[in-house]
Design a protein around this ligand. Structure first.
Ligand SMILES: NC(=O)C1=CN([C@@H]2O[C@H](COP(=O)(O)OP(=O)(O)OC[C@H]3O[C@@H](n4cnc5c(N)ncnc54)[C@H](OP(=O)(O)O)[C@@H]3O)[C@@H](O)[C@H]2O)C=CC1
Ligand SMILES: CC1=C(/C=C/C(C)=C/C=C/C(C)=C/C=O)C(C)(C)CCC1
Length: 352
């Protein structure tokens, strides 16, 4: 079993004290110690900003040319703030502030939101997430619960905390970082996929009620993205022994699935910047879509699910791609990688 870090992230009274570990420049705190935005700015709170997609969304919004956003970038361990602070440059302390927030803790979530002035959040971006990959036999129920606690209950916890104020104001936008795996299962990602499916179902239901209160809900559905996930995944694979799984299953995982997965990452992996730009477009749209796929190369794969309501097309195609046409898939992905690679485009377009 592989654990990947993205994929490689009191009481009910209104707290007036600075959250433990918060390191906010003074000018951004009100007299009551709460985080303040300038008038006209939208307050955006993002979870899981220590790395990857969350970090990049925070930086992209905080560095908005028109300074339209007051970004509250949160992470569960502020000791990990350096990468974000460096990437934010002079936006840090002006349009970008940090707060500690662990989406798995009721108290941490409450304290964080209590430290936002009037608990006013215009846009909530639920990004924090963890992955889990490998044969089911080698994954404990405890590990599965941890994934659901972060990916599903983490989002539910955040929405429960922020939604009542948005409802009172009759305005707000909730964005959820889902995944193509929230729409379609991928072998050996069974539990991660299930956690994202759960979130999709929850959000699809919530969206209707929220619409009545003029609150928008948008799902971002990335395919593979180059974050700490990939390196962590390969490091873990080298170490793991997969106790409880039989030799055939381990072989299918290591020798069939993993090489195909690497091919797919190489051929169509996006960058965190791609996802941040897509998220920015969604929050800036006058009529944001509910579902937003970010990767046009992956869209035909997801389309298999919707082209056949019996599910057969999707399941059989994945089976064939993996177990019957593995080498063909490798060649196809190599060609795709070549076609989408900027070096080839440079060579054909450059006058030199
Ligand atoms: N990379 C990919 O291929 C894809 C990723 N996604 C989704 O994108 C989101 C971001 O992942 P990505 O940037 O790739 O991966 P990273 O591992 O780089 O980022 C995940 C972030 O979530 C944080 N996090 C984990 N648990 C918690 C928690 N309990 N409370 C608060 N923060 C937490 C991590 O913090 P810490 O540093 O403390 O661990 C980290 O900042 C996830 O929801 C993931 O499911 C969707 C599709 C594809
Ligand atoms: C499409 C496809 C495959 C792999 C897909 C992968 C690897 C997707 C990764 C998505 C991620 C990382 C989402 C994160 O949330 C297989 C099963 C190899 C073969 C069949 C077709």
């Amino acid at each position: 079993m592989i654990r990947f870090s993205f994929l490689k992230s009191g009481d009910r009274q209104r707290s007036q004290q600075r959250p433990s570990g918060a390191e906010e420049p003074l000018q951004n705190r009100s007299l009551r110690g709460q985080i303040m935005a300038n008038s006209g700015q939208k307050v955006v709170l993002i979870t899981g900003c220590s790395s990857g997609i969350g970090l990049r969304i925070a930086v992209t919004l905080a560095r908005d040319e028109k300074k339209r956003y007051h970004v509250i970038a949160t992470m569960r361990d502020l000791k990990k703030k350096d990468k974000l602070v460096e990437a934010a440059g002079d936006a840090y302390g002006k349009t970008l502030m940090l707060l500690p927030l662990d989406v798995c803790s009721d108290e941490s979530v409450r304290q964080c939101i209590d430290n936002v002035k009037d608990r006013h959040i215009d846009i909530l971006i639920n990004n924090a997430g963890v992955g889990l990959l490998g044969p089911l036999e080698s994954i404990s129920i405890e590990e599965m619960k941890r994934v659901f606690e972060t990916n599903f209950f983490g989002v539910v916890r955040m929405i429960k905390e922020v939604m009542p104020d948005m409802k009172k104001r009759r305005s707000g936008h909730i964005v959820v970082m889902s995944s193509v795996m929230g729409l379609q299962g991928v072998v050996f990602n069974d539990v991660y996929t299930a956690s994202k499916f759960a979130m999709e179902g929850f959000c699809e239901s919530m969206a209707v009620q929220l619409m009545k209160f003029n609150i928008r809900l948008s799902m971002i559905e990335p395919g593979p993205v180059h974050t700490e996930f990939e390196t962590k995944m390969m490091e873990d694979v080298a170490k793991m022994e997969y106790p409880g799984a039989d030799a055939d299953t381990v072989r299918y995982f290591k020798d069939v699935y993993l090489p195909s997965s690497i091919d797919i990452f190489e051929a169509m992996g996006q960058t965190p910047e791609d996802i941040a730009n897509c998220t920015k477009k969604v929050i800036e749209s006058n009529s944001p879509r509910f579902r937003n796929l970010t990767n046009s190369l992956y869209t035909p794969i997801v389309a298999l699910k919707y082209a056949d309501e019996t599910g057969g097309l999707s399941v059989n195609t994945f089976y064939n791609l993996l177990f019957n046409f593995g080498p063909l898939m490798h060649i196809t992905m190599s060609i795709l990688k070549c076609l989408t690679c900027s070096c080839l485009r440079r060579r054909t377009i450059s006058p030199n």
